[in-house]
Design a protein around this ligand. Structure first.
Ligand code: ADP
Length: 624
């Protein structure tokens, strides 16, 4: 059983006070009794002397002449006067006279020799005792003295007894008063101890209840007490502690918020593991990378969560030998390439960070690296082909062909053609590099597509005529002007027309069209762009090659392209110029034969508003 402080204080005070009062009471009674007995003893001694004196005249005579009746009478007389019991005892213990009994009864009184005071008197001359009388039944104080008589040989003992009724009565009264006082003191002590216990424990229980509320999250709580004592000191210390605790909690939660903000805004995925390899924390970037949810991930073993052998091996390795490690993995589902930086965090407990893994998505980096290496390889290859050819023919000329006028003309023609090709490749490469690096600033001037198409067609017409191609234009009337760089867009159109002429067998049809962009391709919203397209009836592009023809040096048929004088860079230049205008370009099959390249150019707000004011514009929109 546990006792509350209130009960401990109350009962402790009560017990201490009651014990003190009882001890003081008992000691007081004992001291009083001792004092009263001493006084009574003195009175008894005086009375004994007086009674002895009263008997002296009788004992001056011969012993034999003493009559028992006379002795009895004197004893009764002296007893009455002294207000005491007077007894004369012979040497053999027989009672000679006793003031407390009638003369006739003396004979039946038992022998008194064995009484302590009588025995003491016979042996030492005087004796004393306090006890209840056998004869009177009262508690009595006895004093016995050996009396000197004329007959020295048979002394007598005079015993005087004073009943202690008065003293006993007095003492019992004192006891009663004392017990009454004790009772009153007990009641006062009880109320005082209750008050004391309450005044001590009330502030303490207030503090305890405040501490409980604090524990259950009531942070605004402040312990209020008017006490100036130790309890007040305790309360103010607690309040100070609470303030410090709040400050610490605020600081921690601020740190936590900042940490969360950093983790949340990070592009890199972060995962924290404990010493067993169980997930403690993952950030949103990691959730996105692996398609997992933080709630599911927390507490689960990393091996079970990801099931990626390389990653699991890395985790197992760093858990065994805590040091910085780096690795790269490829996710099987998405094909994303992740670089992992694993660092030990030092935690050894269940919820302590032991390993921190940071995942960088380097897919784009790797792609660009691949493009760069492919590009270098492609450029070298593209340059080497004409160079090898030039070198071969120059060697042949040096070896003697120069002496044959027909062969040397032939060889020199080929060398010239290959040099032109080299020149073309380098020109295209420089052009592409200029556009890619952003060194070419595209103008934004309003362009009438009709004029642009006509200008470009006139440039390629001689080439088309050579192959007896039929050139057709289908420009929708009243199209708004597009904002763009005229020369660059002419270059786009020229590259597309050049390809169409090249890859269409003689006698084909090449159609250049311009119309409102078909909104259904992107959304159901009204068209906000214009599609400029070049369609031919040529060899076409297989579906799987269509997305790749815009890559540098990508050709569907390498031999044919080279034979036709292609550099493999024309469409890459087209793509960059179109994207520089905020548009995009794609290729699709032209029915029933050939390819159709579409350049979608967005219209600025100005062009759109001017278009919407014209009736034709409205009709075009409705029909597109
Ligand atoms: P090239 O200089 O080789 O023509 P391009 O970048 O202009 O290089 O074109 C890339 C490849 O796309 C060409 O090699 C060719 O295989 C294919 N291609 C381009 N235009 C057409 C077209 N109109 N018809 C068929 N194939 C085409």
């Amino acid at each position: 059983m546990t006792w509350s402080i209130r009960w401990k204080v109350m009962l402790g005070t009560l017990v201490a006070v009651v014990c003190g009062l009882l001890i003081a009471g008992v000691m007081t009674i004992q001291a009083l009794e001792r004092q009263r007995l001493a006084q009574l003893g003195e009175v008894l001694e005086a009375k004994t002397k007086l009674v002895e004196y009263g008997f002296q005249p009788l004992f001056g005579k011969e012993h034999s002449s003493l009559l028992p009746a006379q002795l009895q009478e004197t004893a009764r007389d002296l007893g009455t006067r002294a207000v005491a019991r007077v007894t004369l005892i012979a040497t053999d213990g027989a009672i000679l006279a006793d003031s407390a009994v009638q003369g006739a009864e003396l004979a039946v009184i038992e022998d008194h020799k064995a009484r302590p005071e009588i025995d003491q008197a016979f042996s030492t001359g005087q004796g004393r005792d306090i006890r209840s009388s056998h004869t009177t039944g009262e508690r009595t104080m006895y004093r016995a003295v050996l009396m000197k008589t004329a007959q020295e040989t048979s002394p007598l003992v005079l015993r005087v007894g004073i009943p202690m009724v008065m003293l006993d009565h007095e003492l019992s009264e004192v006891r009663q008063h004392l017990f009454l006082a004790l009772g009153v003191a007990f009641l006062i002590t009880l109320s005082l101890s209750v008050w004391l216990a309450h005044s001590i424990t009330k502030p303490l229980s207030d503090i305890a209840s405040a501490a409980r509320q604090l524990g259950s999250g009531n942070q605004a709580l402040h312990i209020r007490t008017t006490a100036q004592d130790e309890v007040g000191l305790l309360a103010s210390t607690l309040n100070h502690m609470v303030d410090q605790l709040h400050a610490k909690i605020d600081e921690l939660s601020e740190d936590r918020t900042q940490l969360l903000a950093v983790l949340t805004s990070m592009v890199e995925g972060v995962m924290v593991l404990d010493y067993r390899g169980h997930v403690l924390q993952v950030n949103p970037a990691l959730e996105r990378m692996f398609g997992i949810s933080r709630i599911d991930a927390r507490g689960r073993p990393c091996t079970e969560l990801f099931r990626h052998q390389r990653l699991n091996e890395l985790v197992a390795f760093i858990l065994q030998s805590p040091a910085h490690h780096q690795d790269e993995i490829v996710l099987p589902l998405t094909g994303r390439c992740l670089q992992i930086e694993a660092s030990p965090a030092g935690g050894k407990g269940e919820n302590e960070a032991c390993v921190v893994l940071v995942f960088h998505d380097i897919t784009e980096l790797r792609r660009l690296e691949k493009i760069r290496t492919d590009f270098v390889a492609n450029v070298s290859h593209e340059l080497r082909t004409p160079l090898t050819s030039i070198k071969g023919y120059v060697e042949a000329l040096l070896d003697g062909a120069k002496d044959d006028p027909v062969a040397s003309k032939n060889f020199l023609d080929i060398i010239l053609k290959q040099s032109d090709r080299l020149d073309l490749i380098i020109e295209d490469l420089l052009e592409l590099s200029k556009i890619e690096s952003g060194r070419v600033s595209l103008k934004e001037e309003p362009l009438e597509l009709q004029a642009l198409v006509e200008r470009t067609l006139s440039m390629v017409k001689p080439m088309a005529d050579k192959k007896r191609h039929h050139l057709v234009t289908a420009i929708m009337p009243l199209l708004p002007p597009v904002a763009g760089d005229e020369d660059r867009l002419a270059q786009v159109l020229s590259n597309l027309l050049d390809n169409a002429i090249k890859y269409t067998p003689a006698g084909g049809t090449i159609t250049v069209s311009a119309a409102w962009a078909s909104s259904s391709r992107i959304s159901e919203r009204p068209a906000t762009a214009i599609d400029l397209s070049v369609a031919d009836t040529g060899i076409g592009i297989p579906e799987q090659d269509r997305p790749r023809v815009f890559e540098r040096f990508y050709r569907v048929d390498k031999a044919r392209s080279r034979e036709l004088g292609g550099t493999g860079l024309g469409l890459a230049i087209v793509k960059h110029i179109v994207e520089g205008h905020g548009g995009h370009v794609w290729v699709e099959a032209n029915h029933p034969q050939g390819s159709r390249f579409v350049v979608r150019l967005p219209l600025g707000d100005k062009a759109l508003s001017s278009a919407s004011t014209t009736e034709a514009g409205k009709i075009c929109r409705l029909t597109s």
